[in-house]
Design a protein. Structure first.
Length: 308
C-alpha cells in the first residue's frame, strides 16, 4: 500500500461517519430494498438508520410472499427519534406503500429541516433528501399506486433535493405517455424540466434501453445570479452502459443507494451516476456468469470493495 493511500485511509477512518435515515421496506430474501441498501451505504462510510415501511418475507417476484404493513407503528417510531433530538445528514426514501405513509414521511422531512443536520461531518443547514419515487416499472404502476398516491408523491417531490425515477415513474409523475425506447433529448429535457418544477435540483431518469445499452438521463437545475436577480438554467447529460444481462430485482435500490451515499459524501452528481450505473453493471454481469437465478437479484456482496 502506498504512503498516499495510507494517508487517504487515515483521513477516512478518523472522521465521524455521517448519518442517513433510510426509509424503505425490508425484504428478508431476494436482495432488494433495505437488505441491499444498508451494506452498500455502510461500505461507503455512512451510518445507516433504517425506518421500515413494510416487512416482506421475500420480494414480490417470488410465487408467494408474506407482507406486514408498518404504517401503524411509524408515527411512534419516528416520535421517539424526535424525543431523542436525532437529526441526520441525509434522508433516503424508497418504497412507500400508501398515502398515509407519504404523509408521515412528509412530516418527518419537515421536522428534520427545522432541526438542521446533526453530524459534525455536515456543513448543510438541513439534510440532503434523496427520493426514489417507487411507483411502477415497464410502463405499469404498481398495484398500491392510486391516482391520489401519485398526487401525494408529487407533493413529496417538493421536499427532495435528488430524485431517481425510472422512465415509468417519470411518466406517471408528469402525465407523459410511456415508451421504453425512442426518447429524444428534447423529450427527456421536457420531462426533467417538469420534474424540476416540482422541487428537485438533481434528477436522473433510469430504465431506458437503446441499441444494447442502458441509458440514464441526468439533469441538474442551476441558478445563476445577475443584475435582475436569479435565472434558472439546466445542465443535462447521459450515462450509457452496455447491457450485461437481464434486468434483475434490487438493481434500482442499489443504484439509488450509491447516489444517496455519494450525495452525503459530497461527490459530483454526474460522477455518482457513472459510479452507480457501473457498479450495477458489474454486479449484473457477475450474477449472469455465476448463473444466479434472476429472482435472487445480483451478487453485490462480491463487489462492495469497489465502493470503499
Amino acid at each position: 500500500m502506498t504512503e498516499q493511500s495510507l494517508s487517504d485511509k487515515s483521513r477516512t477512518t478518523c472522521r465521524i461517519p455521517p448519518k442517513i435515515a433510510m426509509i424503505n421496506d425490508i425484504a428478508g430474501y431476494g436482495r432488494c430494498s433495505t437488505t441491499v441498501s444498508l451494506p452498500i451505504i455502510s461500505s461507503m462510510g455512512i451510518q445507516v438508520c433504517p425506518v421500515p415501511t413494510s416487512l416482506f418475507s421475500n420480494h414480490t417476484g417470488f410465487p408467494v410472499h408474506f407482507m406486514h404493513d408498518c404504517t401503524a407503528i411509524l408515527p411512534d417510531y419516528l416520535e421517539k427519534w424526535r424525543e431523542l433530538g436525532l437529526s441526520f445528514d441525509g434522508i433516503y426514501c424508497g418504497f412507500l406503500g400508501s398515502v398515509a405513509q407519504i404523509d408521515i414521511v412528509r412530516d418527518f422531512l419537515a421536522s428534520q429541516r427545522r432541526n438542521g443536520a446533526g453530524s459534525a461531518c455536515s456543513t448543510a443547514m438541513s439534510p440532503v433528501v434523496i427520493l426514489d419515487p417507487v411507483m411502477g416499472d415497464h410502463g405499469k404502476a404498481y398495484r398500491t399506486v392510486t391516482s391520489r398516491h401519485c398526487s401525494e408523491m408529487k407533493e413529496l417531490l417538493s421536499m427532495a433535493d435528488i430524485i431517481t425515477p425510472n422512465i415509468t415513474e417519470a411518466c406517471l409523475l408528469t402525465g407523459a405517455g410511456y415508451r421504453e425506447t425512442g426518447w429524444s433529448t428534447e423529450e427527456l429535457t421536457s420531462l426533467t424540466e417538469q420534474l424540476h418544477a416540482m422541487g428537485p435540483v438533481k434528477i436522473v431518469i433510469t430504465g431506458m434501453q437503446e441499441e444494447g445499452e442502458f441509458v440514464n438521463f441526468i439533469s441538474i437545475k442551476q441558478e445563476e445570479g445577475n443584475s435582475n436577480g436569479y435565472c434558472h438554467g439546466y445542465c443535462h447529460g447521459y450515462c450509457r452502459m452496455h447491457i450485461a444481462g437481464e434486468s434483475r430485482p434490487g438493481t434500482g435500490d442499489i443504484f439509488a443507494s450509491v447516489i444517496a451515499a455519494d450525495a452525503v459524501n459530497g461527490v459530483d452528481f454526474f460522477q455518482s451516476v457513472e459510479k452507480a450505473a457501473g457498479f450495477v453493471r458489474t454486479c449484473t454481469q457477475a450474477s449472469a456468469t455465476l448463473h444466479i437465478p434472476r429472482e435472487q437479484g445480483v451478487c453485490f456482496e462480491n463487489f462492495l470493495y469497489l465502493l470503499t
